[in-house]
Structures are given as C-alpha cells and as structure tokens.
Write a protein that binds this ligand. Structure first.
Ligand code: DI6
Ligand code: FE
Length: 391
C-alpha cells in the first residue's frame, strides 16, 4: 500500500501559481517551486490546474429503485409534501430499499459513485435513511462500507434513521425514535458503521425536540452530529446543531442571520445544496450574504438522492451554487474541498494541498477554477490521485 512515490511538475494551482508536489507514502510530502525528485515517478502536469480531490460531503447515494414516476407527478402539479402525504416520497424509496439485499444496494449504487469519482471526487459522505428499520438502515451503511472497498475513495458514513417516519410507526413517533433511531444507532455503532449522526428537522419529518434526543445519544457515543435544517421552513434546527457544536447544518434556505452567527461561532459548516432547491423549484434563497458576513464556512454538495436531488455531478452542484445562489468561483471550489472536509471533520486529513495531508488530487484539462464551475455537463478531469496513487 502507498508504495508509489510521485513528483508532479508544472502544476498550476488555483491562485495561478506554478508548483511542484512530491507525493510519498500516500501523503503530500512537499509542495513548492521545486521539490526533490529522487526515487519518484514523474508526471508533467503541463501547466494544467491541480486541485485537491473534490469532496461530496452530503449524499444519499445508497438507495434502490427510482422516483421518476413522482417526478412526473410533480411536473403535473403535485407538490413534494402532497406526494409524501400520499405514501410517496421517502417512504416509496424505503419500500425498494427494504426489498434489496446489501449486494443489490451496492450494485445499484456503484454507477452513481463512479459518476462522482469520474469528476475528480476522492471523498464521499453517504447517509442511511431509506431503510427506516434497524436492519434496513444497517444494510444501507453496510453497502456504503462495501463501496469503499470496491473503489479508490474515502467514504464517511452517516446514521440518518431520523429521516422519515415509516408507516408502521405513524401513530408512535416516540416509539420510532426509541426502537429504530436510537436502538439501531447503538447496533450500527457497535458494528463500526457510523462516522456521524444526522436527522431531517422539518415539519414533514422530525421536530427539534425529537432531533435533540437523537443528538443526545450520538454525543453519548462520541459521534459528531449534523442536521438537515431549515430546508422547507424555519424549525430551529440550525440553532440546535450549532448549540451542539455540530459538524454542519445542511440546506438552510430558511435560515436566519442569527442562525448564521450561531453556526459561525460554533464552527458549524453551512452545507449548500442547490440540487434540491432546483428540483423542487424553491424560491427562498439561503442567506449566503449572512454566512459570509458571519464568517461561516460554506460547503457545496450534490445531496444525491432519488427524490429531491437526483444528481451525481459535483461540478454541476458548483455551477448551480454559483448561478442560483451567487457563490463565487472561489467559494465553490472551497465548498467542495476545504470547507467540505471541515463538514466531515476531515480538515486534518484531506481537502487541501498542504504537506502532511493525504495525497488526494485532481488534475484538470483547464487552467483556472472558473473553467470548472462555468461549463454545464462537461467534465475536464484528466487524472486523479487517491492516497498518493494514480487512479
Ligand atoms: N431532504 C431532502 O431534500 C431529501 N432528504 C432530506 O432530508 C429528500 C429525500 C427524498 O425525497 O428521498
Ligand atoms: Fe439530504
């Protein structure tokens, strides 16, 4: 493992500076105008843009089935909330996931993972949340761990059993939290399946008080927390996750200036998810100016999921974050590298071109970050390295 030593020459960094990098034992050993070349394989980057490998810090990549029929219903005027109330939405994906084996989940999710990797992604967060029973939630995270063994990628798993209420618990919300969300978390954690804990805090999902119970257990187990917060309405989720020192609050279209300040103070990253905003034709914009003013880190992610963001292109998410939400090119690139690493608690491991970090790199057939964010549906990835190995 990590036997390849590389020296990359003529690399153009995001700020336009030219550099050489030495990759050794899976890490960035040195970066500068010229680095020692002994014992290394050489790669001439030819003046092309070199960035950290991209990080997709919020996905629901593991699932079964699809929701194309519901998409057609929405095109005919049905709302997301109406479809959910009629037994569609998350619960329809739940039925498909419960029928799938771990092998089925892996086979169905691999093409989606490959689509991300083809765009220079080196780290992907994957959530449970479509099983909604202990066993099916475990299977989703088992599939996520299996994906990490099949490809050169770092996978971070997230327990999201508090995503929706399954039909069998419709009249027993507390029972679902106890028997599935909390009891399952214990089992999943014992099996080594959980890197963080998430919830969906929304009028059609769980209240801040219910999420607080989930966070209590997560934190008792020493697991970091994050939250789908203020997506469709303002519920207080962003303040809750900030008060817990959480990794991130995600979506945030309905977040306030006070939320932005609380998140910045807590070091909680704002994860911006333009795919769901676009697919649901939302009109409420996340308070980007408030995040900037507060000094809150912003990450950008696909939210890849079958219902509200069937998108497996992080480059597309960057373009949408710029066009729909007004992020700058620099914010889009930071949002899929350094800030995304922070949103996963990985800022000491990946997401920057700094000696000592994992040598996770993407080399692009362009010269500037703007050329990554501007095109739609064009992938200029030329090469990638993962833990120092050319993939
Ligand atoms: N927010 C979303 O947009 C997705 N989950 C969530 O918590 C929706 C997932 C789905 O509709 O399948
Ligand atoms: Fe999500």
């Amino acid at each position: 493992m990590h036997s390849e030593t590389w020296v990359l020459t003529n690399a153009r960094l995001a700020d336009g500076a030219m550099a050489e990098l030495r990759l050794e034992a899976g890490r960035i050993a040195s970066i500068g105008a010229s680095v020692p070349q002994q014992g290394a394989r050489l790669h001439d980057c030819g003046g092309r843009l070199l960035t950290p490998a991209l990080i997709d810090c919020h996905t629901h990549l593991v699932y079964a089935g699809n929701r194309a029929r519901e998409f057609e219903m929405r095109l005919n005027g049905a709302s997301y909330a109406e479809i959910a109330a009629a037994g569609g939405g998350i619960v329809s994906t739940m039925r498909a996931v419960r029928e799938a084996s771990v092998e089925d989940l892996v086979a169905g999710s691999l093409p989606r993972l490959d689509a991300l990797l083809a765009e220079g992604v080196g780290t992907v967060e994957i959530k449970s949340g479509y099983g909604l029973s202990v066993e099916a939630e475990l299977n989703m995270l088992r599939a996520a761990r299996a994906l990490a063994r099949l490809r050169k990628v770092r996978i971070r798993t997230t327990w999201l059993a508090a995503h929706a209420l399954p039909p069998e618990y419709r009249h027993d919300r507390a029972g679902y939290i106890d028997n599935v969300v909390l009891a399952g978390l214990e089992v999943a954690h014992a099996e080594g399946l959980v890197d963080a804990v998430d919830g969906f805090c929304e009028h059609l999902a769980f209240t801040p008080a219910e999420i607080a119970r989930v966070f209590d257990r997560a934190q008792a187990l020493g697991l970091p927390v994050k939250l789908h917060a203020e997506q469709l309405s303002h519920q207080g989720g962003a303040a809750l996750v900030a008060a817990r020192g959480g990794l991130s609050a995600d979506h945030l279209e309905h977040a306030t200036e006070a939320d932005a300040q609380a998140m910045a103070a807590a070091g909680t990253v704002a994860v911006i998810l333009p795919g769901a905003f676009y697919m649901l034709r939302e009109t409420q914009l996340p308070p980007i100016a408030a995040f900037r003013a507060a000094g809150c880190s912003m990450a950008v992610s696909t939210d890849a999921n079958p219902g509200t963001s069937p998108m497996t292109s992080l480059l597309m998410a960057m373009n949408m974050a710029a066009v729909l939400f007004g992020l700058t090119v620099a914010e889009c690139l930071a949002g899929t590298t350094g800030a995304a690493a922070k949103a996963l608690g990985l800022q000491g491991e990946t997401g920057a071109l700094v000696p000592g970090l994992s040598a996770d790199l993407a080399l692009w057939d362009v010269e500037t970050p703007a050329e990554l964010v501007n095109p739609i549906g064009f992938n200029p990835l030329r090469k990638r390295w993962f833990k120092g190995e050319m993939v």
